[in-house]
Write a protein that binds this ligand. Structure first.
Ligand code: PMP
Ligand code: GLN
Length: 394
């Protein structure tokens, strides 16, 4: 076939690390603790709601901004949790996953040349979205904890310097993929203060907001004083209800920011799958009352403990996970500096797949030697992975 030159906005893209590692895992029959998705069933009440919606012929286009009942459920949940009632008609939009909401937000708000602050390591879609919009990241480093009970942190001076470069917005992901960091209230207060002082918008990716452990607690930046008017909060059904394949996400924020999302959304996908939106509305409405979120955390705490025990037994030092369903292993502390080569060996020799966190850095060479493991897996999967890891010679 004649080679077709790619558009500049995509020509620098490689294949996503998740696609690459999952393909390699399949080829070598490895247990996939790489790509972040649950390998267990979604809750029955959620599946039933989707099946009922399809049977009830909710199979045509939804309104572009989302089914009213889903937007109402999202707004009611926000009010219940944070004491402020968003206007469901103008301040909530449903998208095809958080991925689409992030892309819409950036396409809807950023002009070529605009700058956005992004903490690094960064979920890989952020820089790709900025690139497609012609916008530029200003990276601020997150530093790994220096001791086992510590947390990832950033340098206040480095953040202030980033704000001094006249960014349009800051992008925050809490709980954070890939580190498992949950931003503290005082860190968020500092970010909020800098946003107000420099008149900067915030886009927050909170897809792991319900998976937070121990003493950590999730605080949406939008709930801090003066932040509602300048913050877009993005979330998704994927992790919370173990339905990553449904791709139902949403954005919440003040009308002007939601308008920006909608301007892009109406031409990117126009609308999101109707029966899954109906099921999402029922899932959200039901969950607050039924103790679903408490059980979700308890289940994930068990899975985290299982993975961490297996890693410890295999001599792989795990960093703490405050939230999300990922744990990073510090292979650098074992003198292993090439995380890519390590992951390749882990797949081919141990039969377990994990992700080198260099994939979340613009300059992979500058990344710490860490490897991310996903524990959104059944006890059987985690036990089998533990057995394989125990036999692996580092
Ligand atoms: N943001 C983060 C931090 C993620 O980890 C993911 C997916 N795992 C997404 C966004 C994408 O969410 P969705 O599947 O709803 O598009
Ligand atoms: N967000 C998931 C992860 O971090 C994967 C998403 C994807 O495959 N695009 O592993």
């Amino acid at each position: 076939m004649r080679s077709i030159p790619l558009a500049h906005r995509v020509s620098g893209f490689g294949t996503s690390i998740f696609t690459e590692i999952t393909a390699l895992a399949i080829r070598h029959s490895a247990i996939n603790l790489g790509q972040g998705f649950p390998d267990f069933a979604s809750p029955d009440f959620v599946k039933q709601a989707a099946a009922d919606a399809i049977r009830a012929d909710m199979n045509q286009y939804a309104p572009a901004s989302g089914l009213p009942q889903l937007r109402q459920a999202i707004a009611a949940q926000w009010e219940r949790d944070y004491g402020h009632a968003p206007d469901w008609e103008h301040e909530v939009t449903v998208t095809s996953g958080a991925t689409e909401a992030l892309c819409d937000a950036i396409l809807g708000l950023c002009n070529p040349g605009d700058k956005l602050i992004v903490f690094e390591p960064a979920y890989d879609a952020y820089v790709a979205d900025l690139t497609m919009a012609g916008a530029e990241p200003i990276f601020v480093r997150l530093y790994p904890p220096l001791y086992e009970s510590g947390a990832w942190s950033f340098d206040e001076g480095e953040l202030e310097q980033a704000f001094a470069q006249q960014p349009k917005a800051i992008l925050i992901n809490t709980p954070h993929n890939p580190t498992g960091k949950v931003f503290t209230t005082s860190e968020l207060e500092l970010i909020a203060h800098l946003c107000r002082e420099h008149n900067v918008l915030a886009i927050t990716d909170e897809v792991y907001d319900r998976i937070v452990f121990d003493l950590a607690s999730h605080v949406p930046l939008a709930t801090l004083p003066g932040m509602w008017d300048r913050t877009l909060t993005i979330n998704s059904m994927g992790k919370t209800f173990s339905v990553t394949g449904w791709k139902v996400g949403y954005a919440i924020g003040p009308q002007p920011l939601i308008h920006a999302v909608r301007q892009a959304h109406q031409w990117v996908t126009f609308a999101t799958a109707t029966p899954f939106q109906q099921a999402a509305a029922q899932a959200i409405a039901h969950s607050g009352e039924a103790g679903y979120y408490t059980q979700l955390v308890a289940d994930y705490a068990e899975r985290r403990a299982m993975l961490q025990a297996s890693l410890a037994q295999a001599g792989l030092p795990a960093l703490p996970t405050e939230g999300s369903f990922f744990t990073c292993v510090d292979i650098g502390s074992l003198g292993v500096m090439d995380a890519n080569a390590f992951c390749y060996r882990l797949i081919t020799e141990a039969g377990v797949a994990a992700i080198p966190i260099s994939a979340f850095y613009r300059e992979p060479e500058a990344a710490p030697a860490l490897v991310r493991f996903c524990f959104a897996k059944t006890h059987e999967t985690l036990a089998a992975a533990g057995e394989r890891l125990a036999k692996f010679r580092i």
